[in-house]
Design a protein around this ligand. Structure first.
Ligand SMILES: *Cc1c(COP(=O)(O)O)cnc(C)c1O
Length: 331
């Protein structure tokens, strides 16, 4: 038995596994299935809530009453954290990268609706000095009598990773129940925690499955180092070492496109096509790019007929609304 840290039950689990029949047929390649982690909740939906279940339990058990986290103006992670905080009666502070104008819509609107405090930081300072910004805010809040807990970007760190170790176990149980067997699990990689958790979980529960990540920011080298680092952090909370070494890390680079959270017309066209073909919405920042990459790799022969792929739909639907003007629906 693998022993998990305590978890605060917040997500609707297990999430279903759906086959993308029409897309699989159209590509005439591997069978593609979706792990519907976009259905972990409504306003807390997506992958972050799995990581937050362990993160929040850890914070509460250690006496914290305030959460500090960070991300882009349209961060899904910040939105999920804001609602978890309101549900559990914690104060929430969001340090947001003011790379774009903070328009009160989609995720940012929901942050405010949930009562989160927002701190807008100019992009240059955010990118060069994030750690100090978070620390200084914590010190200020602590001086005011709060006890503030810093959750790093995307809750991709030692304790947060357990959310996706647990998801790998969940998938292994579904494989038995539903007589499925996946050659690959594919996920978008943004801050690395989903990939890291799945990788550790793969070693424990899915010995025949390869975990493949498609990065939507930075590059492969950056994530290989990050995944190694945060997998080590998790071992602090485990009764055994499950090292993730470079040979275990399979990142396909090349689909960042114009940059993190920047969309190209062909990516948006792809999201539109899949919505119409399968009745599923991928988001422009993460799942849309990763799935776009996966389909391209299928067309290039990296994944083959006869194989089975489980793509993790990590959520992000609110991220599509600020980009609605960029979609081109010809009648
Ligand atoms: C954060 C996020 C990801 C990336 O997950 P990481 O664990 O940060 O790599 C993927 N999809 C969506 C919708 C996200 O919000």
């Amino acid at each position: 038995m693998f022993k998990y840290p305590r978890r605060e039950k917040l997500a609707f689990l297990p999430t279903p596994i759906h086959k993308l029949d029409k897309l699989s047929k159209l590509l005439d390649g591997p069978e593609i299935y979706l792990k519907r982690d976009d259905l972990t909740g409504s306003v807390v939906g997506g992958n972050k809530i799995r990581k937050l279940e362990y993160t929040i339990a850890h914070a509460i058990d250690n006496g914290y009453d305030t959460l500090i986290t960070c991300g882009g103006i349209q961060s899904n992670h910040c939105r999920a954290t804001a609602f978890v905080a309101s549900k559990l009666g914690l104060e929430c502070h969001l340090v947001l990268n003011k790379k774009e104008e903070p328009k009160m819509e989609a995720n940012l609107f929901l942050d405010k609706l949930a009562g989160a405090h927002t701190h807008y930081i100019l992009s240059e300072e955010y990118e060069s000095d994030l750690e100090n910004l978070l620390k200084n805010l914590k010190e200020k809040l602590d001086q005011e009598g709060r006890k503030a807990y810093i959750i790093p970007t995307g809750a991709s760190f030692g304790i947060g990773n357990f959310g996706y170790i647990k998801a790998a176990e969940e998938i292994s149980e579904q494989c038995i129940e539903e007589k499925l067997d996946f050659d690959y699990i594919v996920t978008a990689v943004g801050s690395g925690g989903t990939y890291t958790g799945l990788s550790i979980g793969q070693k424990l529960f899915l010995p025949k499955t390869k975990i493949v990540g498609i990065n939507v920011s930075d590059n492969k080298e950056y994530f290989v180092e990050k995944i190694k680092k945060i997998s080590k952090e998790s071992s602090i909370y485990m009764d055994r070492e499950i090292p993730i070494i470079e040979e275990n890390i399979h990142i396909i680079d090349g689909y960042v496109g114009l940059g993190y959270a920047q969309s190209k017309p062909d990516e948006l066209k792809f999201i539109t096509d899949v919505a119409r073909l399968e009745g599923v919405v991928f988001d422009p920042v993460y799942t849309g790019k990763a799935m776009f990459g996966l389909v391209d790799q299928i067309n290039k022969g990296t994944f083959k007929k006869g194989e089975k792929i489980l793509f993790v739909h990590t959520g992000g639907i609110f991220g599509i609304f600020p980009k609605s003007d960029m979609f081109n629906f010809e009648e």
